[in-house]
Write a protein that binds this ligand. Structure first.
Ligand SMILES: [Cu+2]
Length: 352
């Protein structure tokens, strides 16, 4: 199947849902003609024949809200819920940070009316943002409360025995089992963790991933706001192609008209950006009406680039630093139109 025909079949999936002849009906999807239907129509027609008032809408979206309380997590809160773990000091003087990760089966409402049979760490997608300092001892106990084997594989430098890949000894955990991964945090930078159990694409795409930040010993230069964005997708019909794209678990969440991220002019912002997208070769991030300093993998305190768009393969991540000069409403999104139209868009609302 070519990339083009895949794209068409994915849009066909959405259209089938709108017509009520596919997996899901229009009422269930919560899509109106001002939402997805308008956007999909406009792809072929070239004009907007239906939908909201002219000029009020620039991209497809969904109408309504998923049940964040039932899901058990909210992407707005997850921007900033850095988890330092349970902190204590070892006899050697080294700081110990302890975490518990529970892998479980969980149904997530990903867009209004569409439920996805996910696998989660601690009941959320992405899993907790684990944040430690270079040189800390990190002790993670994973409990497998699901009915499939899972593991936790951390990026970073550590012994093979805690890499979470080959066998039960290195941290593949059978249903009902538990395993403790312990290592010293290095190198400083922006990393990630994810399940590394076969079939790997499925285990990741169903939701078993999260951000792992190792701060440098002296910290990074102070900023006003820090936030985490994890780019991913959902293959709702399990055909090996994504039907939705997103940051932080829920497509379209940070859109204009939903939950844009509010900033003030001049505020210094640092975004920890991780790409864990399965089934597509690459992902990207574009910031409107602005440029950012980019620190690939966060392993240097000197930026490598000053740009407005970056591309990331799966597992790649980097730190973005910027501030807005002018008040206004600014999109951030994948600079791949299909991804943006299927959920990977958001808005910074900047006030004076
Ligand atoms: Cu798994």
């Amino acid at each position: 199947m070519t990339e083009d025909s895949q794209a068409i079949s994915r849009r066909g999936f959405v259209r089938a849902g709108i017509g009520g002849t596919g997996l899901i009906g229009a009422a269930a999807l919560g899509i109106t003609q001002g939402g997805f239907a308008q956007g999909v129509e406009s792809l072929g027609a070239g004009t907007h024949t239906t939908g909201p008032e002219p000029g009020t809408h620039v991209m497809p979206t969904v109408v309504g809200e998923v049940d964040h309380a039932k899901n058990g997590f909210n992407p707005t809160a997850m921007l900033t819920d850095f988890d330092g773990g349970k902190v204590s000091t070892l006899p050697s003087g080294q700081t110990l940070r302890e975490y518990n990760l529970v892998a479980q089966n969980q149904t997530i409402e990903i867009v209004p009316g569409v439920e996805f049979a996910a696998w989660t760490y601690n009941g959320r997608i992405p899993g907790p943002t684990i944040r430690v300092t270079e040189g800390d001892r990190v002790r993670i106990t994973m409990v497998n409360a699901s009915d499939h084997p899972h593991s936790t594989h951390f990026h970073g430098v550590h012994p093979g025995l805690v890499d979470g890949v080959f066998d039960m000894q290195s941290g593949v955990v059978q249903p009902g089992g538990r395993h403790t991964y312990e290592f010293d945090a290095e190198p400083f930078g922006l990393h990630l963790y994810h399940c590394h159990t076969a079939p790997l694409a499925k285990h990741i795409a169903k939701g078993l991933y999260g951000t792992f930040i190792i701060d440098p010993k002296g910290g990074r230069p102070a900023v006003d706001r820090e936030m985490v964005m994890v780019m991913a997708g959902y293959d709702v019909d399990f055909d090996g192609a994504n039907d939705f794209y997103l940051v932080n678990g829920i497509p379209f969440h940070y859109d204009h008209g939903k939950h844009p991220i509010t900033l003030r002019v001049g505020e210094k912002v640092r975004v920890y950006l991780v790409n864990i997208l399965e089934y597509d070769i690459a992902n990207s991030f574009h910031l409107h009406a602005n440029f950012f300093h980019y620190f690939p993998t966060g392993t240097s305190l000197t930026p490598a680039e000053f740009t407005d768009t970056i591309a990331l393969m799966q597992g790649q991540r980097g730190i973005l630093e910027f501030s807005y000069k002018h008040p206004g409403r600014y999109m951030f999104h994948a600079h791949k139109t299909e991804f943006a139209e299927l959920g990977w868009t958001g808005v910074f609302e900047v006030s004076a």
